[in-house]
Design a protein around this ligand. Structure first.
Ligand SMILES: [Zn+2]
Length: 88
């Protein structure tokens, strides 16, 4: 699936995760602070691992892993979007 970068007026497109509806281009990822994207990557890896666990998708550890990755994704997008005000 091809997605447009979430930052307004950014012309970049890319492939999103199959389960992700939003995309941040490489240039805008650089505006997300390191601690946040590292935490996001870790949470994403955990959620992928949780996906492969047997059982229904709503076990407490799966729900927690999905919530963590969603929260961190929101923090990443907020930082990428906040940065547009600093760029000018
Ligand atoms: Zn962008």
């Amino acid at each position: 699936m091809t997605l447009r970068c979430i930052v307004p007026f950014c012309p970049k497109t890319g492939r999103g995760d199959p389960d992700q509806e939003e995309f941040i281009c490489r240039a805008h990822w650089r505006r997300v602070d390191r601690a946040t994207w590292r935490a996001y990557n870790a949470a994403h890896a955990k959620a992928s691992a949780a996906d492969r666990l047997p059982g229904p998708p709503d076990t407490p550890e799966k729900v927690e892993a999905y919530k963590a990755v969603t929260d961190l994704w929101e923090r990443c997008t907020a930082q990428a979007l906040a940065s547009i005000h600093l760029a000018h």
